[in-house]
Design a protein around this ligand. Structure first.
Ligand SMILES: [Zn+2]
Ligand SMILES: [Zn+2]
Length: 274
């Protein structure tokens, strides 16, 4: 399994020179399985580059390209109208949220609303690809190709889900937009157990978190605590605050490595081979 970061920023894009190193695009991660098939996690503004790379590489996955969303806040869906493969009539694209007890509006109406004429010139149904919106009310599903996905709902305004993705004995865990309300959420620790890579929300410093209760995010020390408790091998800090520029994040990375040696601050275009 290979992981490539296309958007690591939280909340809003930061296309400014002092954000160039870690990147300014919002949440989007590409997972490539041993079959060379691709799964996309979240459709933040990073998905524009991801789509362009798929086309440039001639990646043929016309039968089903799955975009699995943690939730539908803007920074996780905003890049979708600029996802070029969605304009290809040969493609079948599944947009999904997996997990129990989802309370929000259905995905299709949310995506159609984002593209209604008040917000965008092209309607969802005019894009071209054949879309399927899929919201299985399950904790676990096993794909026929041997990929197992486990979903956990956690605290965030609206619903948000973390995913454990397993293939060939390798495990990726994606936990963004998670607020640990009364101590570390044990379900997040369980989801992350012995993962090869945990991608975890680290929007705030511990000081910032005190002022941002209820905003739905974690601090970097909470991400490290989850990684420690769960015995993960590598930790990627993710969903960077728009106010945290490259200088800030490089310093944060140095500090975090004193607490957890195998940690890195996720950077756009960075690839990890599990
Ligand atoms: Zn977010
Ligand atoms: Zn959110």
């Amino acid at each position: 399994m290979k992981v490539k970061f296309y958007g690591t920023r939280g909340s809003v894009p930061t296309p400014d020179p002092e954000y160039f190193y870690f990147g300014g695009n919002t949440s989007c991660v590409q997972v490539t399985f041993s079959t060379n098939r691709v799964l996309i996690l979240d459709a933040g503004t990073g998905i524009r580059n991801l789509g362009n790379d798929l086309l440039r590489d001639g990646h043929e996955q016309y039968d089903m390209l799955n975009i699995l969303l943690s939730h539908t806040h803007w920074d996780h869906i905003q890049g979708f109208p600029y996802f070029e493969p969605a304009y290809d009539t040969r493609r079948n694209i599944t947009i999904s949220i997996c997990g129990k007890q989802r309370m929000g509006n259905d995905l299709e109406s949310l995506f159609a609303t984002q593209m209604q004429n008040d917000f965008f010139p092209v309607a969802l149904e005019k894009m071209g690809a054949n879309f399927t919106f899929w919201q299985p009310d399950v904790t676990t599903y096993v794909h026929p190709r041997g990929i197992k996905v486990t979903a956990v709902k956690y605290s965030h305004r609206g619903d948000a889900y973390g995913y454990r993705i397993e293939e060939d004995g390798k495990t990726l865990v994606y936990c963004t937009d998670v607020e640990h309300k009364n101590g570390i959420d044990p379900n997040v620790v369980e989801l992350s157990r012995n993962a090869d890579l945990l991608i975890h929300d680290a929007q705030y410093t511990p000081e910032e978190l005190k002022k941002k209760k209820g905003w739905g995010h974690s601090s970097f020390n909470q991400a490290i605590e989850v990684a420690d408790l769960a015995g993960v091998k590598n930790l990627a800090l993710f969903h960077h605050d728009p106010e945290h520029n490259d200088t800030f994040l490089l310093k944060m990375e140095r500090e975090c490595r004193k607490l957890f040696p195998n940690v890195f601050v996720a950077r756009e275009r960075c690839e990890v081979d599990l």
